[in-house]
Design a binder for this molecule. Structure first.
Ligand code: HEC
Ligand code: HEC
Length: 202
């Protein structure tokens, strides 16, 4: 009996030392500093996230932003006020970015990949739809077309405007596989099918 209570006591003492040790440790982290909200996790009423500041420069006066990695979708560097949301009848992005007008607007043209359909067309006999590719073999269909592929119509799904918020420091350093990778996409031609078990649907 005596021995048990001795063990019990020393366990309590150890727990006490550990707890005070943590509290006094210089490495303790305050809950204000761990999240993006910069307030205590208990203080729901005074949460102050940092302000989101989108660029206000009109198209033609902004500065392009370096790509995050090789062939990343570029961020939108200019103001998009009045352009969003994109709807079937109102897509102002294409009025400046389609290849036939882009050069005269000083805008980067929509690349070849946006004119390539990766979605296999099902077979349809008027009654039932049938798959044309084998999902189990990772097959895909690749078809170049004259018009913008519908899957690329909603530009803002992938191209977001850049905010200048003061959230957290970004230490990521991009390594590009192409010399001009920071400013240009290289994803076209045979690169589109590199490494893919592809059913060419041309
Ligand atoms: C009035 C013409 C115009 C409209 C409308 C427009 N853009 Fe732009 N866009 C430009 C120009 C010009 C640039 C080059 C940067 C500059 O000069 O401001 C650009 C740059 C970009 C870039 C960066 C390209 C790169 O190479 O880094 C992206 C992405 C982009 N725009 C997406 C969009 C999206 C998405 C929309 C619709 C919400 C849109 N743009 C609407 C003219 C336009
Ligand atoms: C499903 C995602 C997606 C959608 C939707 C999309 N893009 Fe992209 N975009 C990308 C990716 C990924 C890249 C970089 C790789 C590439 O070139 O395909 C890119 C590249 C670009 C580039 C840079 C081309 C270059 O030569 O460097 C422009 C400009 C662009 N897109 C404009 C647009 C516009 C305008 C729309 C709407 C009409 C749009 N994109 C819709 C994903 C998308």
């Amino acid at each position: 009996m005596k021995q048990i209570s001795k063990i019990g006591l020393s366990l309590v003492a150890m727990a006490f030392i550990t707890v005070t040790g943590f509290a006094n440790s210089k490495q303790s982290v305050s809950d204000e500093s761990i999240g993006l909200r910069k307030t205590s996790v208990d203080a729901e009423d005074i949460v102050k996230p940092s302000v989101t500041k989108y660029g206000k420069a009109a198209p033609g006066t902004s500065h392009k932003i370096k790509r995050a990695f090789q062939d990343a979708p570029p961020m939108v560097p200019h103001d998009v006020e009045g352009m969003l949301p994109i709807t079937v009848n109102d897509n102002q992005c294409i009025s400046c970015h389609m290849p036939e007008v882009a050069a005269s607007m000083g805008a980067t043209p929509v690349p070849k990949s946006h004119f390539t359909n990766f979605r296999p067309l099902p077979k349809y006999d008027g009654q039932t739809f049938d798959k044309t590719v084998d999902d189990m073999k990772n097959e895909t269909a690749i078809k170049e077309q004259e018009t913008l592929v519908n899957a690329r119509f909603n530009c803002s799904q992938c191209h977001a405007p850049q905010s200048e918020g003061e959230l957290v420091k970004n230490n990521f350093k991009a390594v590009y596989t192409k010399k001009d990778g920071a400013n240009k996409s290289s994803w076209s031609g045979s690169k589109l099918t590199e490494g893919l078990d592809t059913l060419n649907d041309k």
